[in-house]
Ligand binder design. Sequence first.
Ligand SMILES: *Cc1c(COP(=O)(O)O)cnc(C)c1O
Length: 226
Amino acid sequence: MIKEKLAEIEGRIYEACKRAGRDRKEVTLVAVSKTKPIEMIEEAMEAGIIDFGENKVQELTYKEAEIQAPLNWHLIGHLQRNKVKYIVDKVHLIHSVDSLRLAEQINLEAEKKNIICPILLEVNVAKEESKFGVYPEDTLELVTAISSLPHIKVRGLMTIAPFVENPEENRIHFRNLKKLNIDIKSKNIDNINMEILSMGMTGDFEIAIEEGATHVRVGTGIFGGR
Ligand SMILES: *Cc1c(COP(=O)(O)O)cnc(C)c1O
């Protein structure tokens, strides 16, 4: 079941890359396994998936400990400062940093463990009241502030686009995030590396790929409804 769904998603990623004149290798599929049991993750692993996304710290650490395999765990949900210590050395990438205070906490815990933690800044592209994330116009300032923290490496931007009926409506937001990424890159800030654009979910990942996504986060399309 998961195998078939993955094959279908894979085909759609391939086609979207082709339409955009991009190489399939430029896009990482992050399988969003939140709320789903270990057995389903193992099924996806058997189909070759190594990147998994979780939105809760406790669930991520539980699954990370339970599955004895070197997977890339992505924290994609809102992160509270008091939980940073549990995951800083378990995650491959934190997608959801949206404040200097949170970044400082990650820096502190990463320093204790003598690692450098890769992060993305979450941008609230459509300025939705209900969403976390920094506003586009404040992003450069935040990146600049974080760039001085030695145990953090900013690797790009992430967004959760609005929930829409027609995914075409989100194209403008994906395009704007890409533009913002290029703009920040052009400033040549030390210690940052804006190579990752995490955007696109089950409903709109093809549009996101056409607009330059390097990471798409797909849950329902692989594991079914939640
Ligand atoms: C749940 C979630 C996803 C996956 O959503 P689907 O619509 O199920 O593909 C992607 N990104 C984030 C941040 C999420 O919380």
